[in-house]
Structure formats: C-alpha cells, structure tokens
Design a protein around this ligand. Structure first.
Ligand code: SF4
Length: 196
C-alpha cells in the first residue's frame, strides 16, 4: 500500500460523524387525565436534548395519528376502561418492541378503577342521569362502550416497564427514558412509587 492510498484510508478526526440512530417513541393516553403526558412535557429544556435522541412518531404531542408498523418504545398512560382503550392497548403491544405503563392509572387502575365495585348499569345512571340536569340520556352512539371492569394495561397485554406515580415526576420520566436510550434496564421502583 502506498503512502498515498494509506492516507486515504485513515479516518479524518475532523470529519462529521454519522448521527446516532434515534429511537422511535409512541405515546397514547387511555382512561387518564393527561397528567402523565403533562409530566412528560415538564421535562422542559431537557426535551430539546431528548429531541436529538428520540423521534416521537405517534402521540397527542405530534400531528401523526397513524401508529407506524414498528416502534421502539410505546408509552401508555391511563387504564383500560372501554373498548377503544382495549383496542389501543393491543395495537401498542403489537407494534411496540418495548411497552411502558406510565402512571398509576396504567399501572394499577387508580382513579378510573374506583367504579369497579359498582355494576355498569349504575355507573351509567350515575354519570348520565343522576348527575345531569339537561338532556338526560345514556349515549349509545359516538362514545366507546365501557368495559364491565376497569383494568390496568397489564390486565390486557404484557407490559415491560412500569412507572408508578400520579403522575410520575418529570425527573423520573427523564431518568427512565435516558436508561432506555442508553441501553440500560431501568429500575423505576428505585426512584418512584405509587402515589408519588
Ligand atoms: Fe392522571 Fe394520575 Fe392517572 Fe396520570 S396516574 S393519568 S396523573 S390520574
């Protein structure tokens, strides 16, 4: 090999390095208050740095409303309370390599599951008849049918990572996302708890 050809094979340390591949992230909220998504946004300026490392491909945060075929990390807020929730949970499980339950509603049912001791008929009556002064009626169209009982996400599909908290703190979400981005197994239970 001549000196000339040898030189051409030595990496130029000043050359631009190819950008590291971003991980794709999808988020959805089922029966939740959106507080866990708000806590995600509470990462504030750290979102700018995260945007270099993750690509949010489906979420209430972004315009794209079609879940891609393959997503690295799916994050679910909220419990599974109606038929649409169940459909979305199954869709996320099918298309997301790793599934995360974020917040107590997703992890254990939390507030939405407070209706579980009551039968469905009395829940509908309470919501649409007893507590309503105008146009009392139980809707039969345009809203997804309630399931008999509220379930946490892992009551419907397998979940890989559980992040308790109501909502989990932005620092907790940042720490766990950083672990996932850097290929570590997160240990949420060391940094958050139910009701945190
Ligand atoms: Fe809202 Fe708390 Fe449920 Fe999150 S866990 S969706 S903050 S009620």
């Amino acid at each position: 090999m001549t000196a000339e050809t040898q030189a051409s094979t030595v990496a130029d340390p000043t050359a631009a390095q190819p950008a590291a591949a971003k991980i794709t992230v999808a988020t959805v909220w089922l029966d939740g208050c959106s507080g866990c998504h708000m806590s995600f946004l509470d990462m504030d300026e750290r979102l700018v740095d995260l945007a270099q490392k993750i690509d949010v491909v489906y979420s209430p945060f972004v315009d794209n409303k079609t879940l891609p075929e393959q997503v690295d990390v799916g994050i679910i807020e909220g419990s599974v309370s109606n038929e649409e929730d169940e459909h979305k949970a199954r869709l996320f499980r099918k298309h997301c390599r790793l599934l995360v339950s974020i917040g107590d509603c997703a992890v254990n049912g939390n507030v939405p599951a407070m209706r579980n001791p009551f039968n469905l008929e009395s829940v509908y009556e309470r919501a649409y008849l007893e507590n309503v002064n105008v146009n009392q009626q139980i809707p039969t169209q345009g809203v997804p049918a309630l399931l008999k009982t509220v379930r946490p996400v892992h009551g419907v599909v397998d979940v890989d990572v559980f992040i308790p908290g109501c909502p989990p703190h932005a620092d907790t979400i940042h720490s766990i996302l950083t672990d996932l981005i850097e290929g570590r197994t997160p240990e949420p239970i060391k940094i958050t708890r139910f009701g945190a």
